[in-house]
Design a protein around this ligand. Structure first.
Ligand SMILES: NC(=O)c1ccc[n+]([C@@H]2O[C@H](COP(=O)([O-])OP(=O)(O)OC[C@H]3O[C@@H](n4cnc5c(N)ncnc54)[C@H](OP(=O)(O)O)[C@@H]3O)[C@@H](O)[C@H]2O)c1
Length: 293
């Protein structure tokens, strides 16, 4: 490990930034931290981290600066006053962003002589420092390779996905979009279970079975979707339409909020109106991709 890699700054000490700083301390890195609310650094300072008094000093302390903030507006708010210190810095920006924001952020940093490696962390804070956890990165390959030891200290798997700084943000948003939607489906089911006298724990085995069945559907439909084939040989949208209406009605009968199941019914109805009733429900991909057509 080079000395450059052995010393790192972490800016943003929410649950994620704190886990990252702790994982780096565990591995013997010299860590400088900065956070708007300084008290969040107390535990890290007790473990040997240096607390920078302001963002400019935090940036000046190390070549590698990890950014773990709520969004890119926060990144800008933090870095703009520190801009003169950015020359020669590598910004590991692990802050959630749209691909466009990530590209604009990289461009902005380049204007001050800094390089951004965009990261999308596929793990909750509890997975930081774990070998099986992964992060998508995009940006200069040379920077990724040079700082690989730091990246692998954060999550055991560090994946480089090309030079476009927006690509890691895109991959992250793909996964996180599925995550939020799936978890909302789970909350809805728990609410319905509860309205019918079942606890979340009662429902858990069935919820697990349902979730564990999904990868086989992804695998089955992926090749067909890429080939533009939505043949209704194993399922028909019309069948799905009846099913999602039963889900909606079951929620309504139980007095549970129907916003989410009603939105699902609406999408299926639009597929029916577009003439896909005899096709597989995978035809909804075409509707989602080109909503006006
Ligand atoms: N937590 C997760 O499970 C998870 C998983 C994957 C990815 N991520 C991503 O990782 C990033 C950090 O996550 P987190 O859970 O630690 O986020 P968080 O709870 O939102 O905290 C992020 C940090 O941003 C700082 N901040 C927000 N607005 C600011 C501003 N205007 N100026 C200065 N500082 C500001 C907060 O400072 P204060 O302490 O002063 O409020 C805090 O240190 C996010 O982009 C998140 O989407 C999180």
């Amino acid at each position: 490990m080079s000395s450059a890699q052995h010393s790192v700054t972490v800016m943003g000490l929410g649950p994620m930034g704190r886990a990252m700083a702790a994982a780096l301390l565990d591995r013997g890195y010299a860590v400088t931290v900065w956070n708007r609310t300084a008290s969040r650094a107390d535990d890290l300072v007790a473990r040997g981290a240096a607390l920078a008094p302001n963002p400019a000093d935090a940036v000046a302390a190390n070549e590698v600066v990890i950014l773990s903030l709520t969004d890119y507006a926060a990144v800008r708010a933090v870095l703009e006053p520190a801009a003169p210190a950015l020359g020669g810095r590598v910004l590991l920006n692990l802050t959630s962003a749209t691909p466009e924001e990530a590209r604009a952020g990289a461009h902005w940093a380049a204007g001050y002589g800094a390089v951004q490696l965009t990261g999308g962390v596929n793990s909750p804070p509890s997975g930081i420092g774990q070998p099986e956890s992964s992060t998508f990165y995009s940006g200069p390959r040379e920077v990724f390779d040079r700082h690989r030891a730091v990246l692998e200290a954060l999550t055991g798997r560090a994946e480089h996905h090309g030079e476009d700084p927006g690509r890691a943000a895109l991959l992250y948003q793909l996964g996180v979009g599925m995550f939020w939607t799936a978890m909302l489906g789970y909350w809805q089911a728990v609410a319905l279970a509860r309205a019918n006298g079942l606890t979340a724990a009662d429902f858990l085995p069935h919820a697990d079975d349902t979730a564990n069945s999904l990868p086989q559907f992804f695998a089955f439909y992926a090749d067909r979707i890429d080939a533009g084939v939505h043949v209704g040989d194993v399922d028909r949208l019309a069948m799905g339409m009846a099913s999602v209406e039963h889900v909606l009605q079951t929620n309504a009968d139980a007095g549970v909020d129907t916003a989410l199941p009603a939105a699902v019914v609406d999408l299926f109805r639009r597929g029916m109106e577009a003439g896909h009733g005899a096709d597989s429900f995978s035809a909804l991909v075409e509707l989602l991709a080109k909503p006006g057509k």
